[in-house]
Ligand binder design. Structure first.
Ligand code: WTA
Length: 648
């Protein structure tokens, strides 16, 4: 927290919304944005009350907002149901035959699911959960490939008031087990396996291993048949979904739930060793994701929307499962690798489904850019009218490529900044209102009051770097860290008093645009995935050969950041390539493939301050091959660094 934040990006280009886009946009003038933004801050209760009224409530709320720092409640006393709002509401309004999802599996299998289909499938799934003993308030872990059943399972939980905890299918058995144990999940929903890069990725064995580590917390495992790989079924605990569903009714009334009923837990990395269970609730979350999806993506009745995120991440929760469905939107969902079987897979799908709005991650854009312009050039992408990015800062070069090659120089791009904790988009441009600047994440959304401050919490002048904070609560704000209010308070509301601390460095320019400079805590962002360096360090030191480990990020052309580990070994152990590979595999088994270090440096010792703190700044410089220009006066033993440099 003491290092000074300086911004080096100097980008002057700006792209106004095209006239044709502006004319049909949901919000098409600066004056309208400003008036609504002003009202959202000056009369928040009226503003959010009106938005929430567009959704269905069984019982109206008595109070829009109750703020008792750092705890907030929204729509106090109201009862509602996320699944009812995402499904029944549309079917009742006569939109039952509208397509909810065009799904493609990696092998090429296709399914089309309407809102009526989704309601029926969700109700059936909810009845299976109930028959397996899952009740309102229970936690259900969901560990599935990106198939429609993933969204169905989430909505089924929401329908009966069970709290879901989706765990990304790429996480290891150990990571899954930790999450099951922390949330005390009574049930796990999984699949035999999924398809990835032409192979079957088995999921069920990881579930078995995870459960073996967690004692008798899990009472039931519901297994969706997807890849038809062989799996072992434990009698009395495991059930095939397709068999259980045969006896289940496809009618299940949505449970009226308190607006503050916990809808889901999603684990994310922080600056300490264990992931945090970010807890979201119901009424505020649905109101905010509904409005942001509608406004930021300018969703029109006949649009086809494609957000490429997996449901294992917050983007898949808010802008695949919930936000678009709350708006009755038509979406594309894809199971597999973006380049399988050919590098133009995604662009073929954009053409096939006539995708209008396409939302993806900078890391994917950089990977596509590397593959070459000839792949998108094979397809007619003229249906696209709006593009979006999320997950990490986008470099202007990739932004310009996205605009030109994918957007045909005609589509606005929204660069949306937000977090697992914020539940929905916080900083963005509105596509029909604001000029876009390549690399900048725009202005605050309605009801959002950001500031850039120094360590003491004083606002810094425009164009100066500082910490990004939020000065007031918003409807989809996390409510706490599951089971750990102290951690919630310390992590988000103590670092700088009386504001929400996001953990990012940023600067605001004279037009009020935010330029995000990356995390200021010990978190690396690999391909848009947040990983705590401490988590990877704990995984490394859990290996018998490792005495001590320090993990840092280094710039990576495609992934944004790569992971570099500095490792000291036990006793007389010698490091070699075989051990490097063993350690990488070990990290993959402890956390997941995404956490594998790109490079491992064996070191005799790690650079430390006299008080014993590892000097990560130095390690970052060594890892990225930079000169050690910064202050090294606090270093305890300078020779340690010299040896590291020789070895790197
Ligand atoms: C980073 C993902 C720059 C940021 C929705 C944040 C971004 C972390 C952007 C949250 C963006 C997200 N520009 N950086 N548009 N969007 N980030 O929880 O560092 O997986 O704190 O949520 O990603 O990651 P998370």
């Amino acid at each position: 927290m003491s290092e000074r934040i300086t911004s080096v990006l100097n980008e002057e280009r700006r792209f106004p919304p095209p006239e044709r886009f502006r004319e049909q946009a949901r919000i098409g003038t600066w004056a309208e944005y400003q008036e609504r933004y002003r009202r959202s801050l000056e009369e928040p209760d009226a503003f959010w009350g009106e938005v929430a009224s567009e959704l269905h409530w069984f019982e109206p709320w008595r109070e829009v907002r109750r703020w008792n720092e750092p705890f907030v409640e929204w729509f106090v006393g109201g009862t509602t149901n996320l699944a009812y709002n995402a499904l029944d509401r549309h079917v009742e309004a006569g939109r039952g035959n509208k397509v909810a999802y065009f799904f493609e599996g990696e092998p090429g299998d296709r399914r089309v699911l309407t809102y009526k289909d989704m309601l029926r499938e969700t109700s059936r799934f909810a009845n299976v959960l109930k028959a397996q003993g899952v009740e309102k308030g229970d936690r259900v872990a969901i560990y599935l490939p990106m198939i429609p059943e993933a969204v169905v399972a989430m909505l089924a939980c929401a329908r009966i008031g069970a709290t879901h905890s989706v765990v990304f299918g790429g996480f290891s058995a150990q990571a899954l087990g930790d999450r099951i144990a922390d949330a005390e999940a009574k049930a796990v929903v999984t699949a035999d396996g999924g398809f990835r890069r032409g192979a079957v990725l088995p999921l069920k064995p990881a579930v078995d291993e995870a459960i073996a580590r967690t004692g008798d917390v899990v009472k039931t495992v519901i297994v969706v048949r997807r890849a038809e790989n062989d799996v072992a079924m434990e009698p009395g605990r495991d059930v095939w979904y397709h068999e259980a569903a045969r006896h289940a009714s496809d009618v299940c009334p949505a449970e009226p739930l308190d607006a503050e009923h916990p809808s889901f837990i999603l684990y994310t990395s922080g600056s300490t060793g264990t992931p945090k269970g970010v807890l979201h609730t119901t009424g505020g979350y649905q109101t905010y994701t509904y409005l942001t999806a509608r406004t930021v993506f300018d969703l029109q009745e006949n649009d086809v929307f494609w957000c490429t995120a997996d449901v294992g991440w917050i983007t898949g929760h808010s802008y695949v499962a919930y936000g678009p469905m709350l708006n009755g939107a038509t979406q594309v969902m894809y199971e597999g690798a973006p380049t399988h079987p050919t590098p133009d897979r995604m662009w073929g799908m954009v053409e096939r489904y006539g995708v209008n709005v396409f939302y993806t991650a900078p890391t994917a854009i950089r990977a596509f850019m590397k593959l070459g312009d000839e792949h998108p050039a094979k397809h007619d992408l003229s249906s696209l009218r709006l593009l979006g990015t999320v997950g990490e800062p986008i470099n202007p070069e990739a932004w310009m490529w996205f605009r030109r090659v994918i957007g045909g120089d005609r589509c606005p791009i929204v660069d949306t900044w937000w977090q697992t904790e914020t539940g929905g988009i916080m900083l963005t441009t509105l596509p029909g209102v604001h000029d876009a600047k390549p690399g900048a994440a725009g202005v605050p959304f309605f009801g959002v009051e950001p500031a850039i401050v120094d360590v003491e919490g004083n606002e810094v002048p425009d164009d100066e770097g500082g910490y990004l904070v939020m000065k007031r609560p918003w409807p989809s704000m996390l409510r706490t860290v599951y089971g750990d209010d102290d951690r919630y308070r310390n992590q988000y509301w103590s670092e700088i008093p009386h504001v929400y601390f996001a953990g990012d460095g940023a600067r605001k320019d004279a037009d009020g645009y935010h330029w995000i400079m990356g995390r200021v805590d010990d978190v690396v962002n690999v391909s848009g995935h947040r990983l705590g360096t401490m988590e990877i360090e704990s995984a490394l030191v859990a290996h018998e050969a490792v005495a001590e480990a320090a993990v840092v990020g280094r710039p990576d052309e495609v992934k944004g950041q790569g992971i570099v580990a500095f490792v000291t070994l036990e006793g007389a152990r010698q490091g070699d390539d075989a051990l490097r590979e063993a350690l990488r595999a070990h990290v993959a088994s402890q956390i997941g493939g995404i956490a594998k270090p790109d490079a491992i440096h064996f070191a005799e010792a790690l650079p430390k301050t006299r008080s014993g703190k590892i000097m990560r700044r130095l390690l970052r410089s060594v890892a990225s091959g930079e000169d050690l220009t910064g202050d090294v006066s606090t270093l305890e033993d300078r020779t340690v660094v010299d040896k590291l440099l020789q070895g790197s």
